[in-house]
Write a protein that binds this ligand. Structure first.
Ligand code: AHN
Ligand code: ZN
Length: 340
């Protein structure tokens, strides 16, 4: 179905080219020579990329399986169980896995044990992509109006990106790409200081990615580029070109947003610059690990902020939309199978 739609789009383009060609020929204008042959249209070559289908039902199940553990934050029981579940999943898809253990202190002086779940596919390959998402959920609901001290489920904020990446790992296992792919589920992204408490909030977030960037699981580890998925599961998702990504890796933003358009998802991947993400894991992967990395994250147009369920008890499975999971999953698979 989708392929048909692309072809139609491509044919339309072709017709436009032919029409323009006639126009120029008709005018006897010398500029005719400058019209590029249709063969060189990048869209024509790129839609043909062979890639596996993303199974949205599996991705949805992987989101739900995490949420079913309950709130998953450092030191709680569900957190320990979910860490084992995630490592087992990546291992079952043939990834070499490590759970990196680290110690950190939170803004409210809690000593926590961080578990970063790392999986490598094709570890020998030189050309590599790093895909990441945070797997912990926020230990409080500071944006809610009730039960603000109780932990949240984090279906969108946490589980959505991880669920998509587990399905990506499953597809990689079935349909082995040439390049190397590393998947990291970072811990303790969301143990940060609630907004408004002080002006030095940002480093209190992303404790797992900061730990990893300062203690790479492999000496001299690097990747060509990185993609973070954060809050990628809600209905009517709207992914803008956010400022940290644009500062450090504009070329990657353009590439991925272009893929979104090629696949027919221009409604989701919009060419609009925004500056609303105070910090996120990709900041530290850029600044400390030096890997050019971007964030695919929903922007809420009515508030100019994150999704309305952000850091509230409404961030549960009701927010998760299979279409959005599919759109993001397909763009990620398209990216992987397009790299040589
Ligand atoms: C801050 O609120 C400073 N950063 C938001 C990053 C985030 C939180 N992503 C998910 N949860
Ligand atoms: Zn959060």
């Amino acid at each position: 179905m989708m392929e048909k739609i692309h072809l139609l789009g491509v044919m339309k383009n072709k017709l436009v080219y032919i029409f323009v060609l006639f126009l120029f020929v008709g005018c006897g204008n010398d500029e005719t020579k400058e019209i590029k042959p249709i063969k060189k249209d990048p869209i024509l070559t790129q839609v043909k990329i062979e890639r596996p289908d993303f199974n949205t039902d599996s991705a949805y199940l992987y989101v739900k399986q995490q949420v079913d553990f309950g709130p998953r934050f450092p030191n709680n029981e569900a957190h320990g169980k979910c860490a084992k579940f995630l490592e087992k999943k990546l291992k079952s898809f043939g990834f070499s896995t490590i759970t990196q253990i680290g110690k950190a202190t939170t803004f409210n002086n809690k000593k926590i044990t961080i578990k970063n779940i790392i999986g490598e596919y094709n570890p020998e390959a030189k050309k590599r992509i790093l895909l990441f998402a945070h797997w912990d959920s926020r230990p409080f609901a500071d944006q809610d109006s009730k039960n603000m001290t109780k932990p949240i489920l984090g279906a969108n904020d946490g589980a959505s990106g991880v669920g998509i990446l587990i399905e990506v790992a499953r597809q990689i296992a079935i349909n082995k790409p040439e390049i190397g792919v590393d998947i990291i589920f970072f811990d303790a992204e969301d143990y940060g200081q609630p907004a408004g408490m002080s002006n030095t909030v940002s480093e209190t977030y992303c404790l797992g990615s900061q730990y990893w960037a300062n203690n790479l699981h492999k000496k001299d580890y690097s990747a060509d580029f990185g993609i973070l998925l954060d809050m990628v599961g809600n209905t009517n998702a709207y992914f803008t070109q956010e400022s940290i990504s644009m500062r450090y890796a504009p070329q990657i933003v353009h590439k991925i947003w272009n893929y979104g358009k090629i696949l027919g998802y221009g409604k989701y991947f919009v060419n609009k610059s925004t500056n609303f993400v105070g910090t996120d894991d990709h900041q530290f992967i850029n600044e400390i690990a030096g890997i050019p990395s971007i964030d695919i994250i929903h922007y809420d147009r009515s508030s100019g902020n994150f999704h309305p369920t952000w850091h509230t008890h409404n961030d549960n499975m009701d927010v998760i939309d299979k279409t959005t999971l599919r759109v993001v999953g397909e763009v990620i698979l398209y990216t992987i199978y397009n790299e040589k």
